[in-house]
Design a protein around this ligand. Structure first.
Ligand SMILES: [Zn+2]
Length: 451
């Protein structure tokens, strides 16, 4: 008897090269290797001999089966700040968030991260790229959760300490830590490291050049925020005589693999630069809209061949990690701004959330349901009102699906990390209590009169 686990009868959104959607299909995987062994039409029908060689099937009729989603940009440990700084522009928002962040200790950050891991898994995300105060223990939380991460320990300048209560490390120490963690996790299927220079307005040109040199030496990618808002572009022009992407390129950043967050205000020359480099843009429609930061030129990116992923950014500017909301909002935002229903296709955004995002965050092996790929699989319950009738599973995913209501089961590398809507790898009730405790404590501290 085969040890394969077979999921049969659901609508399969494969995200393979032909973008096949199979109305009644099968995805099978080997839990021992964590790899998909088959994806396509249901096997064995009317063929008793063939059927007998196959393992027992789990019937997922009424479900939509898709690859695990890829969140291409977030700051997962910031969940204690959900809903804390509202109705503000980016500059005021950064200041208010900063006053909260400096009071967070290492355990507060880890609880915040674990809450984010639970939230992402429950809404169908299995891989994410993240810039935050990563350390070994936080990476271990990701290992425990079962997720995959491209983790970029954030640096805000040589002398700046990111989260003084959590860690006394300055920028140089964080860059050194990034190198050590990258060596420790080299070749790992779950944990990959990137350098995380926050932005040109926090990191000097000397530091960006240092990061570029380190990335070249170690063969590591870089995550950086560029061109998030018009004031940022203006200040970069004022300080350096160049727009942010061009400035980062002049510092050598684009000589290496780069994941750029936002990029809502690129020039034509910068779009060409992004298309010609080993670069990807993480588009964050909800965060950009919420902060009024700008509208990324998605059509121009697509036409130029810029690699694109889709991100939530942190919950402090979102306020959740449900990537299905980004897919829908991103499509509607482009169509509304351009007053055109075909300026972008829903498939463009499904790609950004799966196979395209996987390439963007340097996990090119995930994001597709195909034999030989890692078994990162999401099963959505499509029996509810939202999915009735179901003419087209891909359009349901783009416009009607709710991550929090519809995601039923999630596998990462064949491990059953969400079963019947419940996360199996972390204790949700305990994590929620830890984060609530952190939020209450910091609020008390901020309300206390200065002494
Ligand atoms: Zn960000």
């Amino acid at each position: 008897m085969s040890s394969e686990i077979r999921l049969t009868g659901g609508a399969i959104v494969m995200q393979d090269a032909a973008r096949r959607v199979i109305e009644r299909g099968e995805v099978a995987f080997d839990p021992a290797t964590g790899r998909i062994t088959y994806a396509g039409e249901v096997r064995g029908d009317g063929d008793a001999a063939g059927s007998g060689r196959l393992g027992a099937a789990t019937d997922v009729t009424g479900c939509v089966v898709m690859p695990g989603l890829v969140n291409a940009h977030t700051h997962s440990g910031m969940t204690p700040l959900r809903g804390y700084a509202e109705d503000m522009n980016l500059q005021d928002w950064l200041a208010k968030v900063r006053a909260f962040e400096v009071r967070l200790g290492a355990e507060d950050l880890r609880a915040g991260l674990e809450l984010a891991l639970i939230e992402m898994l429950k809404t169908g995300t299995t891989t994410f790229a993240d810039m935050f105060l990563w350390d070994r223990r936080m990476l271990e939380s990701v290992v425990t959760s079962g997720m995959r991460v491209l983790a970029a320990p954030a640096v805000f300048g040589y002398d700046a300490v990111g989260y003084p209560a959590a860690s006394p490390s300055d920028g140089r120490a964080v860059l050194d830590l990034t190198e050590r963690l990258a060596a420790e996790f080299a070749g790992d299927g779950q944990i990959r490291l990137a350098f995380g220079p926050h932005a040109p307005y926090t990191c000097t040109p000397e530091m960006l050049a240092d990061v570029a040199a380190r990335a070249g030496r170690l063969g590591l990618p870089i995550q950086i925020h560029l061109s998030e808002s018009a004031p940022e572009v203006d200040s970069c022009l004022r300080d350096y005589g160049r727009t942010p992407v061009a400035h980062a390129a002049a510092c050598g950043i684009f000589d290496h693999p780069v994941l750029v967050a936002h990029c809502t205000h690129p020039t034509d020359a910068e779009i060409e630069l992004l298309a010609g480099a080993d670069a990807a843009v993480a588009h964050n429609p909800v965060s950009n809209l919420k902060l009024g930061a700008g509208i990324a030129p998605v059509r121009r990116f697509l036409d130029a061949g810029v690699r694109l992923g889709l991100g939530t950014d942190s919950v402090a500017s979102n306020n959740n990690l449900d990537l299905f909301e980004e897919i829908k909002t991103g499509i509607l935002m482009q169509r509304g701004v351009h007053r055109s229903p075909d300026i972008v296709r829903s498939g463009d955004f499904l790609d950004m959330a799966t196979c395209g995002g996987a390439a963007a965050v340097r996990f090119p092996e995930v994001g597709v349901l195909e034999a030989g790929r890692p078994a990162d699989i999401v099963i959505l319950d499509a029996t509810g009102t939202r999915a009735t009738p179901l003419y087209d599973a891909a359009s349901y995913l783009a416009f009607a699906a709710s991550g929090s209501a519809d995601v039923r089961d999630v596998y990462v590398a064949g491990r059953h990390v969400v079963a019947g809507g419940r996360v199996t790898s972390l204790d949700e009730a305990a994590v929620r209590e830890r984060v609530a405790h952190t939020a209450a404590r910091v609020r008390r501290e901020l309300a206390a009169p200065a002494t």
